[in-house]
Write a protein that binds this ligand. Structure first.
Ligand SMILES: [Zn+2]
Length: 176
């Protein structure tokens, strides 16, 4: 398994709750604790990525782009080094979030090529659920940006058909 492979939430989740205090490995709670019908719902434990394990490209704005890591995963799948269940392992609630509140893209799924990827956005920071909040509207994002403290936005791309998922980018939440 390549170092850049993004592990499933089922295996481990070590997302940084803050820049200085990484989350401990935890056991996911049951999906039934979360209702995707609620805007701003806490899709707790549904973040299927481990950013610190991913090689990425940074920018002066603090945005980190994970497309190279994604390419590595896709190439590994195509070369037979990763099985489909390794890369199409989105939590059912993440897939549901993608279908119900995700942002559509024009990017074809690199695994099944049968659907277009959807972006689901999570924010981590003070006084948010320990495993992030799924943010579904610009207004909600703006409200979070007004809060005190450092918040980080993670965008996950998900295929609603085959459950492929990968971290796409992250950046600090700012009011700009
Ligand atoms: Zn797919």
């Amino acid at each position: 398994m390549p170092d850049s492979y993004i592990e499933s939430i089922y295996r481990a989740c070590q997302l940084p709750y803050t820049r200085t205090a990484p989350l401990p490995t935890h056991t996911p709670r049951r999906p039934s604790q979360c209702s995707p019908a609620v805007v701003g719902c806490d899709y707790a434990d549904l973040v299927p990525f481990r950013p610190e394990a991913v090689s990425a490209t940074g920018s002066s704005t603090g945005e980190i782009d994970y497309r190279l890591a994604r390419l590595t995963v896709v190439n590994s799948f195509r070369a037979g080094r990763l099985a489909r269940h390794d890369v199409c392992d989105a939590h059912p609630e993440l897939v549901r979030a993608a279908r119900e509140v995700g942002d559509a893209t024009t990017d074809d799924c690199p695994i099944c090529d049968e659907a277009q990827l959807v972006h689901v956005t999570y924010v981590f920071g003070p006084r948010l659920p320990a495993h992030g909040r799924c943010v579904t509207s610009p207004a909600e994002m703006a409200r979070l940006a007004q809060r005190k403290g450092t918040f980080t936005v993670y965008v996950v791309e998900v295929c609603p058909e085959c459950s492929f998922n990968h971290l796409r980018r992250s950046h600090p939440l700012t009011t700009a």
